[in-house]
Design a protein around this ligand. Structure first.
Ligand SMILES: Nc1ncnc2c1ncn2[C@@H]1O[C@H](COP(=O)(O)OP(=O)(O)O)[C@@H](O)[C@H]1O
Ligand SMILES: [Mg+2]
Length: 331
């Protein structure tokens, strides 16, 4: 049985229709015309215990709305969510005990307290027993080095420290599931690395299931064994990054440079795109022939001075998926 099951989920917001220009804006202030915006449009997926899933998509795709429904903050318009067999809406209290939620844009820590005091407060709210609390705090300190600023008032923490504090706070009650909504947003390279290390470690040590929303390619490549890509409220992809690359960008490009001008042959498994004097370009399907084989074959016909392989950029592949493209143009 999957740990998280989402079936045909829909969320609609009622928004006030905005008129165009200043005149329109004034008019819509007076006559509040409402319209329905469907932010999440019939989404279904299942997530198994211990998975790290990247829930990605362009701004406004409906990621945060989904996370808020999964964590019981919002109620779906229709559809069903089960987390370990329970509904986050109907069984909120029990489900919350099993969830950690961190929003990169908003902290759940208390700004007026020191970080450690803020943890103590959560200990009481979640009724965490002493032993569990001390164990978790020690584990979080080993991963996130929070002792360095545990006595600092939350409002004085840097963004990176605050995020580390928020992640530790989310794990104090030993949840099985962690939702991270843009946790690396605005962080520098070290800050991002600390968060990636945290996700890997809690997954390894506690088999925590993680759903991660991010725009950061490093997060996606380093952490997510599975990507669910959402665009305009619907799922457009669900699979591994490498499967996505193979499907959307199956080709690689080989640039060859020769010592002296010679006609390079046509290869049965590669397409010669062009040749300009001593420089030639081949395009090949990586499933049909390896780069090594191709270079070896071509070397039989000429003296190769240099070569360079070109691959589609991950960024372009993900962008193509956002726009529901079947194949990447270009490479
Ligand atoms: N509280 C709200 N009221 C009205 N519309 C909202 C609200 N929250 C989000 N939306 C709209 O729903 C859509 C999806 O938003 P969101 O889930 O925040 O997307 P994402 O997290 O993928 O950027 C957007 O068009 C957004 O403007
Ligand atoms: Mg969002």
């Amino acid at each position: 049985m999957p740990l998280i099951k989402v079936n045909d989920l829909v969320k609609e917001y009622t928004v006030i229709k905005k008129g165009k220009g200043l005149k329109g804006a004034l008019k819509s202030l007076l006559h509040k015309e409402k319209e329905i915006l469907r932010a999440v449009n019939h989404i279904s997926f299942s997530i198994q215990h211990g998975e790290i899933v990247g829930y990605i998509g362009p701004n406004g795709a409906g990621k945060s709305t989904t996370v808020k429904m999964l964590s019981g903050i919002l109620s779906p318009t229709s559809g069903e969510i089960l987390i370990d067999g329970l509904s986050p809406q109907k069984d909120r209290k029990r489900v919350v005990q099993n969830l950690g939620v961190v929003f990169g844009q908003r902290s759940q820590l208390n700004w007026d307290l020191r970080l450690g005091e803020s943890f103590e407060l959560l200990k009481r709210i979640y009724r965490i027993d002493d032993r569990q609390y001390q164990e978790n705090l020690a584990m979080m300190d080993a991963i996130l080095e929070i002792h360095k600023f545990i006595h600092t008032p939350v409002r004085q923490l840097s963004l990176g420290q605050r995020m580390r504090g928020d992640l530790a706070a989310a794990m104090l009650h030993s949840p099985q599931v962690l939702f991270l909504d843009e946790p690396t947003i605005g962080l520098d390279v070290d800050g991002k690395q600390a968060i990636r290390k945290f996700v890997k470690e809690i997954n390894r040590l506690k088999q925590t299931t993680v759903i991660l929303t991010t725009h950061d390619l490093g997060d996606i490549q380093e952490l997510c064994s599975r990507l669910i890509i959402i665009s305009e409220g619907t799922i457009v992809e669900d699979g591994s990054l490498s499967d996505l690359i193979d499907r959307i960008a199956p080709y690689r490009i080989l640039h060859v440079e020769l010592y002296e001008e010679a006609e390079l042959p046509i290869h049965p498994l590669a397409e010669k795109i062009r040749q300009d004097g001593t420089a030639a370009v081949y395009r090949f399907d990586k499933k049909k022939v390896t780069a090594a084989q191709l270079i070896e074959d071509l070397s039989c016909f000429c003296k190769m001075k240099d070569f360079r392989l070109e691959e589609a950029r991950i960024e372009d592949i993900i962008r193509a998926a956002y726009h529901k493209k079947e194949k990447l143009e270009g490479v």
